[in-house]
Design a protein around this ligand. Structure first.
Ligand code: SF4
Ligand code: SF4
Length: 100
């Protein structure tokens, strides 16, 4: 899936994310830490989501994308059905939710 970096899924989906307070200095999490993954409910902006200026609209940035703790998370494994090079179909749908 080609991500358009709209950030909509990081706001509008129920998902388990890395607990910001569980991230160690080296970017990993302690495997024994029972609180390392927390539930982020739909409609609540992920605390790791930021935006940076882009062309016509700001680009979503995941602050932990490059860290070891991100590996294997539901976010990393997130995909859609269909060809690998298909544009994300959720982006438009989730934007439309915003606009009601
Ligand atoms: S909704 Fe789709 S395009 Fe937007 S950030 Fe999520 S995966 Fe990327
Ligand atoms: S951890 Fe990153 S990819 Fe996952 S919801 Fe938060 S900002 Fe989005």
């Amino acid at each position: 899936m080609l991500c358009l970096r709209c950030g909509q899924c990081c706001i509008h989906l129920d998902i388990f994310i890395v607990n910001p307070s569980s991230i160690l200095a080296d970017g990993s999490i302690n495997p024994e830490d029972q609180q390392a993954m927390i539930f982020k409910p739909a409609g609540e902006r992920c605390p790791h989501l930021a935006f940076k200026p882009g062309g016509s609209s700001p680009l979503a940035v995941c602050a932990i994308h490059h860290l070891h703790c991100y590996r294997g998370t539901p976010c990393e494994q997130f995909e859609q059905l269909g060809p690998e090079d298909a544009i994300c179909v959720m982006s438009r749908y989730l934007r439309d939710l915003d606009e009601g």
